[in-house]
Design a protein around this ligand. Structure first.
Ligand SMILES: Nc1ncnc2c1ncn2[C@@H]1O[C@H](COP(=O)(O)OP(=O)(O)O)[C@@H](O)[C@H]1O
Ligand SMILES: [Mg+2]
Length: 436
């Protein structure tokens, strides 16, 4: 029992028509909702009958019916209030959940946007996964971009890539483990890392694994999401994503296809692009905002399209070439990918040897092809054969390595635009692998 509420209820007995007093009691009961569940409902109805404009009572009623599985009653009340702005954040959350139950996704999504707009740091584990910004990429694959994720992959799921792992470790893993030491020397935790290289070689994968490794939140941004999100206000969208990260540290913000922000390939008008680049720089500089505990990982397959402003110190101050997996990494990748499959003894060495130039994604594809072939046989014969080297080697023949093409393209740029030396690692790699 809440003494204050009990006292107010006594007062109400002597002036039962005192609407203002009822509102005060209502507000107090809302805070102590569990204790006053039924009473709160009656009081809300009571107030609502007299004053339809009193939103807290409306919200109580909507919630009550919602919680008691009377969705249509709840909706009936809601429908009297077409202007959602009047509701509190808490009210909006209930309404959002109600609309989901009523299978009115579009309306629910509008409400969710309103909530995020009011409170960029808002996170509801139930709602968040439902409102993803879906995107169809160039390959026709549907990409899901939830606001906040918690990846389960860790570094041990990533084959090879020791350079990238070391760099990431220095920027965020070690600092998180030795917080006070870093604070003592005034060193910030986090920063920006830019990954570039041929497609399918694990840029996205390691970014996710970084978040998994440090049990951080992961926010994946497609540039197109930022440019075309609901508010039609790219700078604000970007800011909100960063705020979301700042409020959920440690966090990894992953900006995929960051080259799309460059001017050359922009499919949006250039001043909009410019503004977004500037906004990104502002967010990354962290002068107005504290980016401590936020690691920003950018990725691109086309570094030559990248806006050079992004490469200046203090932004993406580590630019790392992510090469195709070397032999050892390919062995690791093969083992990782096959470990839960029905396999015979497999000569990983041999396969790693034969897959030079294959990206991680290529290896995925080869395994897929091998399995499809086996399934076909299995259905024909009724047997369930194990996967052998031979199956994989056969599949290899049907799938060429994809990274060569990337090196052919990058060759021009390394000769003509390597002033800042950003392609040095690529050149070294090409020489070592006899691609040049
Ligand atoms: N080093 C790696 N270790 C394990 N798997 C990898 C590795 N590199 C790539 N892959 C596999 O290839 C797929 C494509 O990689 P991805 O990270 O999307 O490439 P990118 O972002 O560089 O284009 C991943 O989903 C993963 O299955
Ligand atoms: Mg990727």
């Amino acid at each position: 029992m809440n003494n204050e509420i009990e006292a107010l209820k006594l007062a109400l007995q002597s002036s039962p028509n005192n609407l203002e007093l009822k509102k005060i009691i209502h507000a107090k009961m809302c805070i102590d909702r569990l204790t006053y569940n039924e009473e709160l409902f009656k009081l809300s109805k009571d107030i609502h009958d007299i004053d339809r404009t009193y939103i807290p009572a409306v919200e109580s009623l909507i919630r009550h019916y919602f919680e008691n599985n009377k969705m249509s009653t709840s909706e009936l009340i809601l429908d009297n209030y077409p202007e959602y702005e009047v509701f509190s954040e808490e009210g909006l959350i209930t309404i959002c959940k109600l609309l989901i139950k009523l299978k009115q996704q579009d309306r629910a999504s509008d409400i969710y946007k309103m909530i995020i707009e009011r409170n960029p740091g808002f996170l509801d584990e139930d709602l968040d996964p439902l409102f993803r910004v879906s995107q169809v990429d160039g390959t026709g694959d549907k990409k899901e971009t939830p606001f906040l994720q918690k990846p389960k992959e860790t570094f041990k799921d990533v084959g090879g890539m020791s350079d990238v792992k070391r760099e990431i470790s220095l920027k965020i893993i070690k600092p998180l483990e030795n917080k006070s030491l870093f604070e003592k020397y005034g060193k910030k935790i986090g920063g920006g890392i830019l990954l570039y290289g041929p497609p399918g070689c694990g840029k996205t994968f390691i970014a996710r694994a970084t978040a998994g490794e440090i049990e951080a939140k992961f926010i994946s941004l497609q540039i197109n999401d930022i440019l075309s999100m609901w508010l039609g206000n790219s700078e604000k969208n970007l800011h909100e994503f960063f705020q979301l990260a700042r409020e959920h540290t440690p966090a990894v913000i992953f900006i995929d296809e960051i080259d799309a922000l460059g001017m050359k390939r922009s499919n949006f008008n250039s001043s909009a692009g410019r503004n977004v680049v500037n906004q990104l720089l502002t967010e990354m500089d962290g002068v107005e905002n504290n980016n401590d505990g936020v690691l920003i990982i950018g990725a691109t397959n086309s570094p030559w399209e990248l806006d050079s402003a992004l490469r200046r110190p203090g932004r993406f101050d580590r630019i790392i070439f992510v090469p195709p997996p070397d032999k050892e990494s390919r062995e690791t990748i093969l083992k990782l990918k096959l470990k839960d499959k029905p396999i015979d003894r497999i000569d990983y060495r041999l396969l790693a040897d034969r897959t030079s130039g294959y990206s991680g994604a290529d290896i995925d594809a080869v395994i897929d092809v091998a399995i499809e072939n086996i399934l076909e046989k299995a259905i024909e014969t009724g047997n369930t054969p194990l996967i052998t080297d031979r199956d994989l080697l056969t599949a290899l023949k049907h799938r060429n390595p994809s990274t060569r093409e990337w090196f052919n393209t990058v060759k021009n740029y390394t000769t003509f635009s390597n002033k800042s030396g950003i392609y040095d690692d690529v050149i070294t790699y090409m020489k070592a692998n006899k691609i040049l």
